[in-house]
Design a protein around this ligand. Sequence first.
Ligand code: CMP
Length: 144
Amino acid sequence: MAVERTLSIIKPDGVRKKVIGEVIKRFESNNLKIVAAKLIHMSKEQAEGFYAVHKERPFFGEVIEFITSGPCMVMALEGEDAIKRNRALMGATNPAEAEAGTIRADFASDIQCNVVHGSDAPETAAFEIGHFFADNEIQNIIWD
Ligand code: CMP
């Protein structure tokens, strides 16, 4: 299995609910290492660039409004099969469909306020990490 990097965002609802620590604990205890992190309040332009793939979707305006409504914790996670494993920890986009014990089942309230975002493929992970982090903001030290 290849070592991958993936972008994780703890969205404004997660920050407001004070579950940053709970979410990070799940990553760290599942061997997803944080190699970059910052707390940011996204601008409209930054959010529209990030979610550009959803531009034509009916929920685009709401997603932009929500993600820019407060601070987010953005992180790059690294580990074996990180993209898929992060998504498994997150659970389904709609928390009503998320498996018990996943982050969204435990902390999310609806499809919009779903606490976390995770990249869905290697190409999107590279784009998304690059959208928020410069190369010198990503750590290359590998711990066991
Ligand atoms: P995320 O993984 O950040 O990617 C796009 C986001 O759009 C998604 O999580 C949801 O929070 C949000 N969203 C809002 N409405 C919908 C919808 N009807 N279908 C899918 N995603 C939605």
